[in-house]
Design a protein around this ligand. Structure first.
Ligand SMILES: Cc1ncc(COP(=O)(O)O)c(C=O)c1O
Length: 405
């Protein structure tokens, strides 16, 4: 048995300067929420912002709110608030559409910037939407080839003068492996290609330094660690040095340089605004805006350090089951190589996840045999980690069909 006791975790929570951040959220009593890497819980600020948007901005301001409440500029202003969380300039990030759609936009934009090259490289185990969208971008770019490699090590071997762009997910959605962004981006640039990162499992979870790493394009989700709400709009990053030359393919009127001139021909807006397309979801923006207010009270490095400490604690607490319970840790032990979720492999993973949910610990299952537990330090306590690990130990020791070792 582990030497860490529940009282030790209570003491760590009592001494934790970040503990009050949990008060921004309303998490049901008795629930240990370890699915925030899938859908973050609602911040109270989001609820208040949505109500104010519905009642005041929409209800009273009506169509005037496009100007009076700055609805028109929300994609840019919200992008500017996400920028510091990904190490970007405020004018390099825009919010809107989904991660999937934004990935399509940046993939085509990157292909156009390397029109003499015909290959897109990605990871075989990338999130499926990334694979689908890259294939679609390649097809529309006149039948370019998508080359799927086994991992980042194999990447180095296939970087040649035919490669236009490399797209990878920074933190692997299943196993929580974190790629070294600086090293890989440098290697891709050395080969003359452009680098696109998917930050869905990184933003709000681990440090990201897009400009310091000289990244070209990035996309990411806001409904996971940023707690923007179900389906809250994603973001897109394009390095300022590419703004002049880049051309994204979904040329809607919100990305036009003079949208209210209603001109018959498209001309891109300057800068990141070019990535806007059609009318944005203002009510969903309100929810995201409320959730981003929480980040004004956060020192990201301290928060990310707490996230890694919680993950380390969790691994330590389930260690006895790794030896004896048939459980395999498939996430890296090295915090610098890990995201903010922990993945465990077990043949009875589905039964275990279901039983944990019955015992008030909500995580998720990824086929065929992965238990995936999101450890979001904005609202999780050390004692939650202790409770989750205790529940796992109890389930493995029980006679739940398929779960016992
Ligand atoms: C790594 C990754 N990329 C992309 C997506 C898809 O995002 P969206 O549904 O906003 O298109 C997800 C969804 O979970 C994801 O995990």
């Amino acid at each position: 048995m582990t030497a860490v006791r529940r009282e030790d975790c209570e003491a760590r929570d009592a001494a934790d300067p970040l503990a009050p951040l949990r008060e921004f959220f309303e998490i049901p009593d008795g629930l240990t929420y370890l699915a925030g890497n899938s859908l973050g819980p609602p911040p109270l600020n989001s609820v208040a912002r949505v109500l104010a948007t519905l009642r005041t901005e929409w209800g009273e301001g009506l169509v005037r709110s496009w100007e009076a409440a700055d609805w028109w500029d929300k994609p840019v202003t919200l992008g500017g608030r996400i920028a510091p969380l990904v190490g970007a300039r405020p004018d390099e990030v825009l919010v809107g559409d989904s991660t999937s759609v934004n990935l399509f936009k940046v993939a085509v934009a990157a292909m156009r910037l390397r029109a003499d090259r015909r290959v897109i490289v990605t990871d075989r185990d990338n999130f499926p939407t990334d694979l689908y969208m890259l294939e679609a971008a390649a097809e529309l770019a006149g039948g370019a080839e998508v080359r799927r490699v086994d991992d980042a090590v194999a990447l180095a071997d296939c970087l040649d003068e035919s490669v236009a762009l490399v797209e990878l997910t920074h933190v692997d959605y299943r196993l929580s492996r974190r790629h070294p962004m600086d090293e890989i981006t440098r290697a891709v640039h050395d080969a003359g290609a452009l680098m696109v990162w998917d930050l869905a499992h990184s933003v709000g979870a681990v440090p990201v330094a897009l400009d310091d790493c000289d990244v070209d394009f990035a996309v990411g989700s806001t409904y996971k660690y940023l707690n923007g709400g179900p389906g809250s709009p994603a973001f897109v990053f394009a390095a300022a040095r590419l703004h002049e030359a880049m051309r994204q393919p979904l040329v809607g009127w919100h990305g036009h340089v003079r949208p209210f001139a209603f001109e018959p021909d498209y001309a891109p807006a300057p800068g990141i605004r070019q990535f806007a397309c059609g009318s944005p979801p203002i009510v969903a923006f309100a929810s995201l805006e409320g959730s981003l207010e929480v980040w004004q009270h956060v020192e990201p490095p301290a928060l990310f350090a707490k996230g890694q400490a919680l993950c380390d604690l969790f691994i330590e607490l389930v260690e006895p089951c790794l030896a004896a319970g048939g459980l395999e840790l498939v996430s890296p032990r090295d915090p610098a190589r890990r995201g903010s979720h922990v993945a465990l492999r077990h043949p009875g993973a589905l039964a275990i996840v279901d039983e944990l949910a019955r015992r008030g610990v909500l995580g998720d299952f990824r086929a065929p045999d992965i238990i995936r537990l999101g450890i979001a330090p904005l609202y999780l306590r050390y004692v939650d980690i202790w409770d989750a690990a205790a529940a796992i130990r109890a389930v493995l020791a029980s006679d739940v069909p398929g779960a016992g070792s």
